[in-house]
Design a protein around this ligand. Structure first.
Ligand SMILES: Nc1ncnc2c1ncn2[C@@H]1O[C@H](COP(=O)(O)OP(=O)(O)OP(=O)(O)O)[C@@H](O)[C@H]1O
Ligand SMILES: [Mg+2]
Length: 247
């Protein structure tokens, strides 16, 4: 198929764990500046899709192209360098470091397209940390040890750590799990903002939140795409109601 300007093109993607296909012939096309939400019942293969894109799990077959670059043979760390940032289902931050330090260690040092070591002066890094902290509602928490942050604030910190790398594609696994209603609203606003200059793929179960943020929704079921389209079309789809939304 001819490549439109998709940021991410996933075709015929399959992964088999001892004969069990957790992802089975998946196609996914993500546009620039798109917020795509992936929903589906537990065990549908949602997290596994992010594992495959981010190189944590190797595909059994199929292709994953990021701006034309084939990812299926690349290491996790090369994929990060290529411009894909991934947030896990449970926050993985450094509990003993402050908010500031967590953001600081996430600054991509020694990375440049030309392979040269890119030294950044301290004030430039400092400015970026403060700007990102502001974006993720943590300006007042900069010198707080991360373990003392609320669960929602930890989720924001992890998003901030991803933003430090300025990825072109952000993959978020259940970013509002455990958040209060007001934290969810703020997160929706945050994702709308960050998608202005990147694409975001979000796995989520909270339908109110999905409705708030999704440009397009993909429903996964047994490793396959069950439905794909606007929130309205997906919500009205009898197959989706049967396997997921009806429960
Ligand atoms: N490394 C692995 N080895 C074997 N089986 C796996 C592996 N990773 C995932 N699975 C299986 O693949 C299926 C899909 O799991 P996955 O975690 O992708 O589901 P999910 O859609 O993210 O579910 P949830 O909504 O509960 O997070 C599950 O049956 C899971 O047990
Ligand atoms: Mg999951």
């Amino acid at each position: 198929m001819a490549q439109k300007d998709f940021v991410l093109t996933v075709e015929d993607l399959t992964v088999s764990f001892d004969g069990f296909k957790a992802v089975d012939g998946l196609n996914l096309y993500i546009d620039q500046n798109e917020v795509r939400v992936v929903i589906g019942p537990n065990g549908a293969g949602k997290t596994t899709v992010l594992d495959l894109i981010s190189g944590k799990t190797r595909a059994t077959s199929g292709t994953i192209k990021f701006k034309g670059l084939e990812l299926t043979q690349m290491s996790e760390h090369m994929i990060v360098r290529a411009g894909i940032g991934r947030k896990f289902q449970t926050p993985s931050i450094y509990e003993n470091l402050t908010t500031y330090e967590n953001l600081e260690v996430s600054f991509p040092r020694g990375r440049s397209v030309f392979g040269a070591i890119a030294f950044k002066c301290t004030s430039e890094v400092d400015e970026r940390i403060r700007q990102i902290a502001d974006e993720v509602f943590l300006s007042d928490m900069l010198h707080q040890t991360a373990e003392l942050l609320s669960h929602g604030q930890k989720q924001w910190l992890e998003i901030g750590m991803l933003l430090m790398q300025d990825p072109e594609l952000m993959l978020l696994d259940e970013p509002v799990a455990g958040m209060s209603v007001s934290e969810r609203e703020k997160t929706a606003e945050l994702l709308g903002r960050v998608a202005k200059n990147r694409s975001v793929v979000v796995i989520e179960h909270d339908m109110e939140f999905v409705k708030n943020i999704a440009h397009r929704v993909t429903v996964l079921h047994q490793g396959k795409v069950l439905a794909d389209g606007s929130m309205e079309s997906v919500q009205a789809n009898p197959k989706v109601i049967e396997v997921y939304l009806g429960h």
